[in-house]
Design a protein around this ligand. Structure first.
Ligand SMILES: [Zn+2]
Length: 380
């Protein structure tokens, strides 16, 4: 199995490595232009990075058309990142190289209700399995990251007042994983990871609201191409109060939060009350697709309530797109109800070029987002 090793690069070296890893530069000239460093200084540091085996140069030599420019790439042996996206009942886990390219991604059943220690120990042993089976010999693990389906304090990496995660409140996830791995650790809200990963699929869209509609309901906000964390809870729309005929108490102790009506967990509870059993949010989508009217009505109502919350946010932030992901996102009535509410109620200037669409980034978007943020942590 591969070992683990902290990546030791100095500030400007780390910046150059990051620019190559993220595809922002692939030559010394581009590095100088993008970083603003002097060409001589860039050349010196690139040579050091090549000497230490972190960068490689490809395409050197001549071709029939003359000398081809040499391309810088992060070495495939520079290191691995182990990343996970924890859900209520399943997790996606993967190994990425330092350029964020997945070597392997797996989905496994898990149960976060078992509590933080059991879940994080399970995750560590799943990472061990992946490293054993897919980690190239001699390539060290450089960092570990995970998405959490609840609010995360970015300073401490603690989970703060999550819903449906018994035992997790105030648990120091980053500290726990850090003690196990002794490597840079990223702990981030799952909707934020999805937003960062999804943003890669929306070039030219600098401002995004990325909704994650699964067991819970969350939103990640991208402003000017970067994740907006605020104090840590930016984008958390789960406990916004909504307008309804009935009154339902939310797990947070307040009545009529969005989550109490529009999350996958709430929809499953409501269906259960009607005698319709479901095991996970995707079962709700299947019921909608099979034309079960109770499910369709509940999902449409969820979309309307989400849309009403988003109208305020769209008027306020004026995003370029609202992107809807998570396991409920494939339910067509959810998206149409969100669209109807937002287009009807928002200012014309705010909706003129606004796109409302399902995710483009594919099932691994959150893992790719984790890789991108974890690389920042590894290089800082
Ligand atoms: Zn609440």
């Amino acid at each position: 199995m591969s070992g683990k090793e902290r990546l030791l690069v100095r500030g400007a070296q780390g910046d150059l490595l990051r620019l190559v890893a993220t595809g922002h530069a692939e030559s010394r000239a581009q590095l100088a232009r993008v970083s603003g460093l002097a060409a001589s200084s860039v050349s010196l540091r690139v040579e050091e990075l090549i000497d230490t085996g972190l960068l490689v140069e490809e395409g050197s030599g001549t071709s029939s058309g003359g000398r081809r420019p040499r391309k810088l790439r992060v070495s495939p042996t520079a290191g691995l990142l182990a990343v996970a996206d924890l859900g209520a009942h399943h997790a996606r886990l993967g190994l990425l190289d330092l350029s964020g390219v997945p070597l392997v991604v797996e989905e496994r059943a898990c149960d976060i209700a078992l509590g933080p220690e059991a879940t994080l120990d399970w995750m560590a042993s799943a990472f061990d399995d992946l490293l054993l089976a897919h980690g190239p010999a001699g390539v060290p693990l450089r960092g570990v990251g995970t998405g959490i389906p609840g609010p995360v304090d970015p300073g401490s990496g603690r989970v703060v007042s999550p819903s449906r995660m018994p035992g997790w409140n105030n648990f120091p996830v980053a500290e726990y994983l850090g003690a196990h791995y002794d490597l840079p650790v990223l702990v981030e809200n799952d909707a934020n990871l999805l937003a960062v990963g999804e943003a890669r699929s929306w070039p030219g869209f600098g401002n995004l609201m990325v909704l994650k509609a699964g067991s819970g309901i969350g939103c990640g906000v991208i402003v000017d191409g970067r994740l907006h964390r605020g104090r840590g809870a930016a984008g958390d729309i789960s406990h916004v109060r909504v307008r309804t005929d009935s009154s339902t108490m939310c797990s947070c102790g307040h009545p009529d939060c969005l989550e109490a009506y529009a999350s996958g967990a709430a929809l499953m509870d409501a269906l259960s009350g009607l005698g319709i059993a479901t095991r996970r949010p995707s079962d709700v989508v299947a019921l909608v697709e099979n034309g079960v009217p109770e499910a369709t009505a509940l999902v449409r109502n969820a979309g309307r309530l989400i849309g009403e919350v988003l109208t305020v946010l769209v008027n306020f932030l004026n995003p370029d797109a609202i992107v809807v992901g998570g396991s409920l996102s494939t339910a067509e009535p959810l998206i149409s109800a969100i669209r109807a509410a937002v287009y009807e109620r928002c200012l014309p200037l705010a909706t003129r070029d606004l796109e409302i669409a399902v995710t483009r980034g594919g099932p691994d978007a959150a893992l790719l987002g984790a890789g991108s943020l974890l690389l920042d942590a590894v290089l800082s």
